[in-house]
Every structure is written in structure tokens, then in C-alpha cells.
Design a protein around this ligand. Structure first.
Ligand code: SF4
Length: 403
């Protein structure tokens, strides 16, 4: 492979604690017990970043995303220390989007102002639902009043705001799912992420499944949500993401266009391109072990070069989530491989009505969007044509999801 130019670079920061573990959550998040080691963790993050810098010398950050877990458990002072440390170690684009996740259960207007003063430009609020019954059914610690108050406050403080919603919740009707979406629209959030609740292995809900709407009902909800948001002027630009014009999540767009990202914090993942290779890294997952290792200068759990044969699938896994697909030239730009390496797969997917293309772009059809996994499977490397890994069998997740 031979990359003519390196892609844009982002930074993801993981904060691995929550007030309580939600029963559906398989993220690397841990229930907070006692005081958080906030100061030590920020120190560890900075040491982790310093260890990562030699791989990205000379490059600048276009976006930063502080996710979790629940980063809003950290004080504004800690977030400020972190962002100052980032800016003094790596150039940050003056127009950089700096997103932070917040949960309504940790909401205080004063804290929100502090995060904004620290440089956060976009708050992503884990609302999930405005129905107290639904929130209780999915074990959330906040109620609908806190969710409304957090969004209303965020909208007055941050240049842009995302609300995460979930649908196909236990006992939820289409009308109830739409009521959540309508409320988010009425409150005026410019970006909505709507995720289908799924039962992931190693979660409480997987062991004790609640009664969920069946697949047909969930599919109807999805269509109704998409229509409602479209009528209200939101562009459906990625599987689960909807934005008013000009309000798309730039950090996530960098993932979906197969950009690069440094990942620091417990369990964080990174993807870094070099002219002749692409490397994926992950950090140690357990917070206590991560803290020790990062402070000692090596928090890496795994680092591996992505084999060129895996790159087409990895690229498609991201880019085909975009409703508008991708410019054909981007494939070679990001993978260093000619688009002809997937000629057969593209033809077959087109023949099955899952893809459409012209001389400029490749995009999933409506059918391809609905059956995204069927479409993606076609790009798995030869000899590996089996169901895709769990990470893509579930509804795609990303860091736009506040939790
Ligand atoms: S869903 Fe979010 S708030 Fe709940 S445990 Fe997971 S990361 Fe924490």
C-alpha cells in the first residue's frame, strides 16, 4: 500500500466511570465507587498522549471527543487541565470541534458553563427518552425532567448540541418512540442520534431479557423516526445520525470517512496511518491497571498493523454507514489500494440492489441501509466470509452516542 497523503487526525479520550452501570451497556464503563481519581486520571491521560505523539509528529488535531462512561462526572477544572495539556502537546485546529458527553443525571448548569469555558464546543447529552417509564425500564439514573433541563441549558451554553435517543425500548409503542423524537425537535437540538436498543452479550439485559418490541415493530419505529426528523428538516446522514444543515458531527464523520484518531484512556482504540501501513491500537481496559500503566508510560494493550487484505472491509464498515456514501477517490486516498480490488464485490452488491454508484460516488441504496450487515459481509477478506464480528452485527455504535 502507498498512501499519497495522511487523513485528518482526531483525538478520542475515554473516561470509564458512570454513576451506575446501565443494564444494556457493554461499553467499558464501571460504576463509580467513592471518589473518582480525577487528578491522577488526567495525569495518566496526558502521559498516554505523550507516549502516542511520536506516531503523529507534525500533524494537527481536527476534532477531539471526550466520551465514556460519563465524562461529566469530571469537574470542569479537570476537563480544562486535560484540554490545556492537549493543546500544549499537539497543534489543535483553531476551528476544532471539541465534543464532550454528558448525562442528565450529572447535570448542573454551572458545570456546563465550566466545560464550555474549558473549550468544549459541542455537548452530546445521553437523553435516551423523555418518558419516565421508559427511562426506568432501561435502568437510567436520570428522569425526564433532568433530561429536559440538561438539554435546555446545553442549548444556551454550547454552540451545538446532540441528543442521544434510544428506541425499541421495553414496552415502547411507535407513538411513544415518536413522542421522544418530537420532544427533541421541539426543544430545538440541532443533532439527534437515534439508536435501536439491542441486547449485547455480557450485559444484564442479555442474561435477563426484558420484553422488547419485535423486529417488525422496531423497523416500523425506525422508518417513522426517520420520516419525522426529515419532515422537521433534519438530514439523515448516517445510520443513526440526523442533523440540521451544517450541524453534522465532524468527529464521527472522520471515523466514517476512515480518518485517523489517537485514542487515550482506559480501553480506548486508535487508528493511525503511515505512508506504507495502517496501525490499530487499543489501551488497557481496566481503569486501575490503565492508570498504573499509563503513568509508567505504556498503556498499550495491543498494537497491530492492518493487513492490506482487511482494509477494504474496514473502509466499507465505516463509509457505507453514510447515507450519501463516499466519493470513489476516497477509497484509494484512505486505504492506499485501487478501487478495482473490490470490483467483484461492488458488482455483486449492486446486482443485489444493495449499492448504487456513478462515476463519482458509491452509496448504499435504501435496501443496503436496511440490510447493512448483508452489504458489509460482502467485503470481508476471502476465507473470512462468515457473519461479521459482533461490533457490526449490532446497530452501529460510535462516539456520537452519549451514554
Ligand atoms: S449506557 Fe452510558 S451511562 Fe449507562 S453505563 Fe453505559 S456508558 Fe454509563
Amino acid at each position: 500500500m502507498n498512501l499519497q497523503q495522511l487523513p485528518p487526525l482526531s483525538l478520542y479520550v475515554h473516561v470509564p466511570w458512570c454513576l451506575r452501570k446501565c443494564p444494556y451497556c457493554d461499553f467499558n464503563s464501571h460504576e463509580k465507587k467513592g471518589e473518582l481519581p480525577e487528578g491522577e486520571y488526567v495525569e495518566a491521560l496526558v502521559a498516554d498522549l505523550e507516549a502516542a505523539l511520536p506516531n503523529v509528529w507534525g500533524r494537527r488535531l481536527h476534532t477531539v471527543f471526550i466520551g465514556g462512561g460519563t465524562p461529566s462526572l469530571f469537574t470542569p477544572e479537570a476537563i480544562d487541565r486535560l484540554l490545556v495539556a492537549v493543546r500544549t502537546r499537539i497543534p489543535v485546529d483553531p476551528q476544532a470541534e471539541i465534543t464532550m458527553e454528558a448525562n442528565p443525571g450529572t447535570f448542573e448548569a454551572q458545570r456546563f458553563r465550566g466545560y464550555r469555558e474549558a473549550g468544549v464546543t459541542r455537548l452530546s447529552v445521553g437523553v435516551q427518552s423523555f418518558s419516565d417509564a421508559s427511562l426506568a425500564a432501561i435502568g437510567r439514573v436520570h428522569d425526564s425532567r433532568e433530561a429536559r433541563a440538561a438539554l435546555a441549558s446545553a442549548l444556551t451554553i454550547f454552540p451545538t448540541v446532540n441528543a442521544d435517543l434510544m428506541y425499541a425500548l421495553p414496552g415502547q409503542s411507535i407513538d411513544a418512540a415518536l413522542a421522544d423524537v418530537r420532544e427533541a425537535i421541539a426543544i430545538g437540538v440541532p443533532h439527534v442520534s437515534a439508536y435501536h436498543l439491542t441486547l449485547e452479550p455480557d450485559t444484564h439485559f442479555h442474561r435477563f431479557p426484558p420484553r422488547l418490541p419485535d423486529e417488525d415493530a422496531a423497523a416500523d419505529m425506525q422508518v417513522a423516526i426517520e420520516r419525522t426528523l426529515a419532515r422537521a428538516g433534519y438530514e439523515h446522514y448516517e445510520t443513526s445520525a440526523f442533523a440540521r444543515p451544517g450541524q453534522r458531527a465532524r468527529h464521527n464523520l472522520n471515523y466514517w470517512t476512515f480518518g485517523d484518531y489517537i485514542g487515550i484512556g482506559a480501553g480506548a482504540h486508535a487508528k493511525i496511518s503511515f505512508q506504507d501501513r495502517i496501525v490499530r491500537e487499543s489501551r488497557i481496559r481496566k481503569p486501575a491497571s490503565y492508570l498504573r500503566a499509563a503513568l509508567a508510560g505504556d498503556a498499550l494493550d495491543e498494537s497491530r498493523e492492518v493487513a492490506p487484505a482487511e482494509l477494504p472491509f474496514e473502509f466499507m464498515l465505516n463509509a457505507l454507514r453514510l447515507v450519501e456514501g463516499f466519493p470513489i477517490a476516497l477509497f484509494a486516498e484512505r486505504t492506499g489500494l485501487p478501487i478495482t480490488v473490490v470490483r467483484r464485490e461492488l458488482e455483486q452488491a449492486e446486482g443485489a440492489g444493495l449499492l448504487e454508484r456513478d462515476h463519482l460516488r458509491i452509496r448504499p441504496t435504501g435496501k443496503g441501509q436496511r440490510f447493512l450487515n448483508d452489504l458489509l459481509e460482502r467485503f470481508l477478506p476471502d476465507g473470512n466470509r462468515q457473519p461479521p464480528p459482533r461490533a457490526i452485527r449490532m446497530v452501529p455504535r460510535d462516539t456520537s452516542r452519549s451514554s
